[in-house]
Design a protein around this ligand. Structure first.
Ligand SMILES: Cc1cc2nc3c(=O)[nH]c(=O)nc-3n(C[C@H](O)[C@H](O)[C@H](O)COP(=O)(O)OP(=O)(O)OC[C@H]3O[C@@H](n4cnc5c(N)ncnc54)[C@H](O)[C@@H]3O)c2cc1C
Length: 422
């Protein structure tokens, strides 16, 4: 905390949610923050992710939506097919008309670069190569954060946005270790002109739910010429260094894709992608899930976790980043009320309860999505799965019953606090 006692927030983690929080604090509420990131400045990995309308709404609030648009692909409708290529239905993953925003496919590293450029433009400091190690919470109105190398920093609040294996979360809840649900993803990228000729008659983005696996094929650049894909596979967990080593063995990753999607049952478009996508673009991603937390803050409310640190979920619903961005946008407003002198514990209690309820709904939605993608179904279960997909989307119509998910506006926190008398 600076000598002037100016209200100051420390954010641990410079992924997606940490920078979004810093921008919301500064640009929307005039609050100063500093970010601390364990990785070096030039480390910015990422696969293609889908940003749902609720994510784009937050990015619009913090003034980076327009900067992001040239880096990815806007779409609305996604076609759902069986693993044999029979079209079952389509649904709206975004819609200017229904949600004021489309859905957007973009590389995570591009989203992060746009956020970091805006941090720079706003003079918000981000300190790289800073490994958070511990927190001292002795004082009533401040916390001291310690980093490896003996550096300590004092602030009014520390926000842990340090991802699914969060150390800040483990400071609050030492036994809260992320679990591996026996699922991992393989992603890849290839140019549209390398797709099988059947692509000309196949609407993209598309998702194929097969008996032995799931694959999504989605344009990922503004002109739609870069085609990304995402296959969900199952297998046992490995130590981190073994996952990293496997990620470098592109032939092994391709073999997994071939075993899963090239048995003659899948459409030629899919098997061709698995055989011909450039090896250097193939990557493997183990999924991890954070056990449900009943609190997101310390007993004196000075340490708070958000984003994957609070609620890492499998990426099978394509919504993890969106929910983390909602946390950031809504928490920034709550911190601004605290800065104005309103009661910290009541505000954070109400915000936390609201966010935990929202995340519980999202976790349920993601679990259903995971079930549909899990490979290794019997023939009968696969038949039921296809029937359920068809019937559900026919019954719900193009919005697929997802209005509650995509219409969410983090600004609603203003009304929620008001109705709680805050
Ligand atoms: C394969 C895959 C596909 C996905 N697809 C989608 C999708 O389609 N749509 C979607 O919305 N979401 C998707 N997600 C989820 C999304 O990527 C995450 O929800 C999002 O990145 C979470 O952001 P975060 O800032 O909370 O965490 P992260 O992005 O993980 O950032 C955490 C940051 O904290 C830093 N850090 C960690 N430990 C420390 C420490 N001790 N000290 C300092 N810094 C530290 C890390 O280096 C990192 O920069 C996907 C995830 C995966 C793995």
């Amino acid at each position: 905390m600076p000598e002037s006692n100016e209200f100051h927030v420390i954010i641990i983690g410079g992924g997606l949610v940490g920078p979004a929080l810093a921008l919301a604090l500064k640009k929307r509420h005039g609050i100063r923050s500093s970010l601390y990131e364990i990785r070096p400045e030039d480390y910015n990995p990422g696969t293609n992710i889908a940003l749902a309308p609720n994510a784009l709404r937050v990015l619009s609030h913090i003034g980076v939506y327009d900067q992001l648009l040239p880096h990815g692909f806007c779409y609305e409708s996604v076609v759902v097919s069986s693993g044999r290529g029979e079209r079952l239905a389509s649904y709206l993953a975004g819609s200017e008309k229904e949600y004021n925003f489309p859905a957007f496919r973009v590389n995570r590293s591009k989203v992060r670069s746009v956020l970091l450029a805006e941090l720079n433009a706003q003079d918000i400091p981000i300190h790289y190569d800073m490994k958070f190690s511990s927190i001292d919470e002795e004082a009533a109105d401040s916390v001291t954060v310690n980093f490896e190398g003996g550096i300590s920093v004092k602030a009014n609040f520390v926000i842990g946005a340090d991802g699914v294996h969060s150390k800040v979360r483990r400071h609050l809840f030492p036994s809260s270790v992320a679990k591996y649900p026996n699922l991992f993803g393989v992603t890849g990228l290839l140019p549209r002109n390398q797709l099988h000729k059947s692509a000309a008659a196949t609407p993209l983005p598309g998702m194929w739910y097969g008996q032995h696996g799931f694959i999504a094929v989605m344009p990922s650049s503004m002109d739609g010429e870069d085609i990304g894909f995402f296959s969900t596979l199952s297998g046992p967990d490995r130590p981190r260094n073994e996952w990293e080593a496997l990620d470098t063995k592109k032939d092994e990753i391709r073999q997994m894709l071939i075993e899963r999607h090239c048995d003659g049952a899948w459409p030629e478009l899919i098997s061709n992608i698995c055989k011909s996508a450039p090896g250097e673009m193939l990557n493997i991603w183990p999924f991890y899930v954070v056990p449900t937390l009943s609190r997101w803050r310390s007993s004196n409310s000075r340490v708070i976790v958000i984003g994957d640190a609070a609620h890492g979920i499998t990426p099978t619903g394509g919504i993890g980043a969106a929910v983390g961005l909602e946390d950031a946008d809504s928490l920034a407003y709550v911190l601004s009320k605290i800065k104005q002198g309103c009661d910290l514990n009541s505000l954070l209690y109400t915000w936390e309860l609201h966010r935990i309820q929202r995340v519980a709904q999202v976790v349920q939605y993601t679990a259903e999505s995971t079930k549909l993608r899990r490979p290794g179904e019997s023939f009968i279960r696969q038949w039921i799965k296809e029937w359920v997909l068809w019937a559900k989307l026919k019954y719900t119509g193009p919005q697929a019953g997802r209005e509650w998910l995509y219409q969410y506006n983090a600004e609603d926190i203003v009304g929620i606090l008001k109705s709680a008398g805050l």
